[in-house]
Each structure stands twice: as structure tokens, then as C-alpha cells.
Ligand binder design. Structure first.
Ligand SMILES: NC(=O)c1ccc[n+]([C@@H]2O[C@H](COP(=O)([O-])OP(=O)(O)OC[C@H]3O[C@@H](n4cnc5c(N)ncnc54)[C@H](O)[C@@H]3O)[C@@H](O)[C@H]2O)c1
Ligand SMILES: O=C(O)C[C@H](O)C(=O)O
Length: 391
């Protein structure tokens, strides 16, 4: 008798209660501030394990059997979701390596039109927190982008000796257009770090694509000019006999030849240069890219120092998104600092992207002349990018 009552109570009272949806757990999702249920956390753990067990170019199940072995894994630490488009290239590979090492990154998506399975498999063996997933070809672009907080774009062809960055426009403009259309569709709120050259034109192209899609937020689109700052800090430190890590050179304008304008009068710590030093430094900073292109003698342009610079800038964006204060870097952004619609200058990065764009500050005569030259070339490059989409 009692046994029948016990079975009845178990079947109709205890069991249904046990299978009710779990209560929200106070642990946070990767998207900061978003709560996850226990069930979501369990699935998340499984998908983290799956990411390491499955061939990287295959779509992963979000739940279910782990396949080969019974792994136990801790849940992911909170962090940001980052996609690299052009991840198998000369910049893309070391950039992927360095982003996998960044503790602010919880999910790293590697997208390219070639070779992502190998790069993803390789990078995914690194024992750092970020889960790595690979995406190959345009059919997988949407999946690569969904839910991303930050998208870094080094996709496109590099220069060979004798070429200008503008010579890359023909091929890279179309690549950037396609990728930005994907961003507008799949992660319209992501921060975009655009590396592909010519940056002075590709950023206006991206802005026009986003405007067309109704998703343009000028605070979230950045042309990456960090390599100019990295070079300027290095070359100035060499001249002064100081540690480059202690030097801060603002570099404004754009990212090509005379549009790269180092403000040597505003170097920190304050210092002075001879006229000869100013000529040498300005020329070397403006032509740093060409120096590398010529040294590589046809096999490409800067990749390793660029990956370093890209990660330095991406990390600043992520720290801004996290809410850290006082994050200031130079970047090529939609701007009212000059009469041009885009201009590189110091930007304060925060939760919403570029929260403040600083004016240029006092310039000396040498820099004022340089600024006029820079603006003339920049105006033409910006117009070229805009009319590529509006035509
Ligand atoms: N902003 C800067 O300071 C800076 C510095 C260095 C290089 N760059 C530029 O970065 C770009 C890449 O340079 P790199 O040396 O890595 O070149 P790379 O040729 O080594 O790599 C480019 C990668 O982009 C991929 N790609 C091509 N079309 C694509 C598409 N439609 N979608 C996704 N991926 C695509 C290629 O398959 C390749 O893996 C060049 O345009 C270069 O001029 C900019
Ligand atoms: O110079 C190039 O073509 C690549 C890049 O823009 C650089 O500055 O190194």
C-alpha cells in the first residue's frame, strides 16, 4: 500500500518539480551584465569543450554529446566576443595569437576565405581562456559575426615595392564593403577596427555601408592608425636614447604618406628636437610602412608590428567597453576636429566607443604646414571612399 502511495507522489509531484526550468544564476554571461540560467551555463560549458574537440571549420552543436571523450570543464570567465576577418593572413595570424592571449577575450572567431581550419586548430591549442572558432568562406561570414562585441578587419591585399596604399583601393574597397555589409546585418552594435588599406578611404567606405543599412554609429568605427604611433614612439625613443615604453607621440591626420602627421611638439615627456631631428623623424614616421615594404622585397608589408599595434588598440577598445577610465589612443574616426568628415586624433575610449575626440592642441609652424598638406590629400581619399558606395 505505502509503496503505491510513494510511487504516486514521486511520479506526479516530485518529478515534475525537478524538471522545472532552473532559476537564473547570478553568474554573468560574456555580454557583461547579462544573467545566465544554470541550463545555459551547462550548454555553454559543453560548447566550450566542443569547440576544442571538433574540426574548427564545422558548425558546433550548442549542446549534446561531446563525442570522443568525457571532458569536464569549468565555465568561461566573463569576457568579450571578438572576430578577426582576414584571420589567416600575414597580420591575421599573429593578431589571432595575441588576441587568444588577451584575458578580456572569451570568444575568438577567426574568419577568412582561405586556411582558417588550420589556423584555428593551431591557435585553439593555446591554454588561455578564449574559445576559438573558425569560419571559412562567405557562406560562414554571418555565423562568424553574430553576437560579436568587436570586429577587427585586416582582410585585403598588401602593397608591393613601388605601390602606394591607394593602389590597393581597387581590390580592398570591395572586400571591405562586403565585410561591412555582413557586420551591419549580424552585429550592428559591434565596435569595428579597420586595418585594411587604404585606411583613409576604407573607413569612409565602411561608414557609407553602415549609413545605407541604417546602422552607422560614428562612435563605433575606427581606422587603426596605432602602428604610426608605435613607430613614432620607437623612433623618437631611439633619437632621445630613452625607453620607447616611456614615450607618447600623438600622430594625427590619416594613414598614408604626408597624411601621417606626428606632433613632435607634443611628445610626452616634454622634450625638444633640432630641426634636423624633426625632418628625420617626420620622414621616417611617414614612410615607416614603405621601409618595411621595401625590406620585404615583394613578400608583403608590415605584419608583426601591425599585429602588435592592432592588439594594443583592440585591448584599449575592450578596456573602454569594460568601463575603464582614462583610455586614450589615436585613431582615424568620424570627426569635427577639422573641416574634414574623418580625421585621426586622440580619442577617449569608453563603454560606447569613441566617447570624446580631442582637439589637436597647439601646433608649431612646421606642423601647421604639415596639417595643410595632410588635409588636401585626405579630402581626396575620403571622397574616393564615399563615392565608391554612393555612385
Ligand atoms: N592600418 C595599418 O596600419 C596597416 C598596417 C599593415 C597592413 N595593413 C593592411 O592590412 C591588409 C592585410 O595585410 P596582410 O599583410 O595581412 O595581407 P595578407 O595578404 O597576408 O592577408 C590578407 C588576408 O585577407 C584575406 N582575405 C582576402 N579577401 C578576403 C575576404 N573577402 N574576406 C576575408 N578575408 C579575405 C586573405 O585570404 C588573407 O588571408 C592590407 O590591406 C595592408 O595594406 C594596414
Ligand atoms: O605600408 C603599408 O602598405 C602597410 C601599412 O599601412 C604600414 O604602415 O605598414
Amino acid at each position: 500500500m505505502y509503496i503505491y502511495i510513494y510511487i504516486y507522489i514521486y511520479m506526479y509531484v516530485v518529478s515534475p518539480l525537478a524538471s522545472e526550468s532552473p532559476k537564473p544564476n547570478p553568474k554573468f554571461d560574456n555580454e557583461i551584465g547579462k544573467e545566465k540560467t544554470m541550463e545555459q551555463l551547462a550548454n555553454h560549458r559543453i560548447s566550450r569543450i566542443s569547440a576544442h574537440l571538433q574540426p574548427p571549420n564545422l558548425q558546433m552543436e550548442e549542446s549534446g554529446s561531446l563525442g570522443r571523450v568525457n571532458c569536464r570543464a569549468k565555465g568561461a570567465a566573463p569576457g568579450f566576443k571578438v572576430a578577426i576577418l582576414g584571420a589567416a593572413g600575414g597580420i591575421g595570424q599573429p593578431l589571432a595569437l595575441l588576441m587568444k592571449m588577451n584575458p578580456l577575450v572569451s570568444v575568438l572567431h577567426l574568419y577568412d576565405v582561405v586556411n582558417t581550419p588550420g589556423v584555428t586548430s593551431d591557435i585553439s591549442h593555446m591554454d588561455t581562456g578564449a574559445v576559438v572558432r573558425g569560419f571559412l568562406g562567405q557562406a560562414q561570414l554571418e555565423d562568424a559575426l553574430i553576437g560579436m562585441d568587436l570586429v577587427i578587419i585586416p582582410a585585403g591585399v598588401p602593397r608591393k615595392p613601388g605601390m602606394t596604399r591607394d593602389d590597393l583601393f581597387k581590390i580592398n574597397a570591395g572586400i571591405v564593403k562586403t565585410l561591412c555589409e555582413g557586420i551591419a546585418k549580424s552585429c550592428p552594435n559591434a565596435i569595428v577596427n579597420l586595418i585594411s588599406n587604404p585606411v583613409n578611404s576604407t573607413v569612409p567606405i565602411a561608414a557609407e555601408v553602415f549609413k545605407k543599412a541604417g546602422t552607422f554609429d560614428p562612435k563605433r568605427l575606427f581606422g587603426v592608425t596605432m602602428l604610426d604611433v608605435v613607430r613614432a614612439n620607437t623612433f623618437v625613443a631611439e633619437v632621445l636614447g630613452l625607453d620607447p615604453r616611456d614615450i607618447d607621440v600623438p600622430v594625427v591626420g590619416g594613414h598614408a604618406g604626408v597624411t601621417i602627421l606626428p606632433l613632435l611638439s607634443q611628445v610626452k615627456p616634454p622634450c625638444s628636437f633640432t630641426a634636423q631631428e624633426i625632418d628625420y623623424l617626420t620622414d621616417r614616421i611617414q614612410n615607416g610602412g614603405t621601409e618595411v615594404v621595401e625590406a620585404k622585397a615583394g613578400s608583403g608589408s608590415a605584419t608583426l608590428s601591425m599585429a602588435y599595434a592592432a592588439v594594443k588598440f583592440a585591448d584599449a577598445c575592450l578596456r573602454g567597453l569594460r568601463g575603464d577610465s582614462g583610455i586614450v589612443q589615436c585613431a582615424f574616426v568620424a570627426s569635427q576636429v577639422t573641416e574634414l568628415p574623418f580625421f585621426a586624433s586622440k580619442v577617449r575610449l569608453g563603454r560606447t566607443g569613441a566617447e570624446e575626440i580631442y582637439p589637436l592642441g597647439p601646433l608649431n609652424e612646421y606642423e601647421r604646414v604639415g596639417l595643410e598638406k595632410a588635409k588636401k590629400e585626405l579630402a581626396a581619399s575620403i571622397e574616393k571612399g564615399v563615392s565608391f558606395i554612393r555612385k
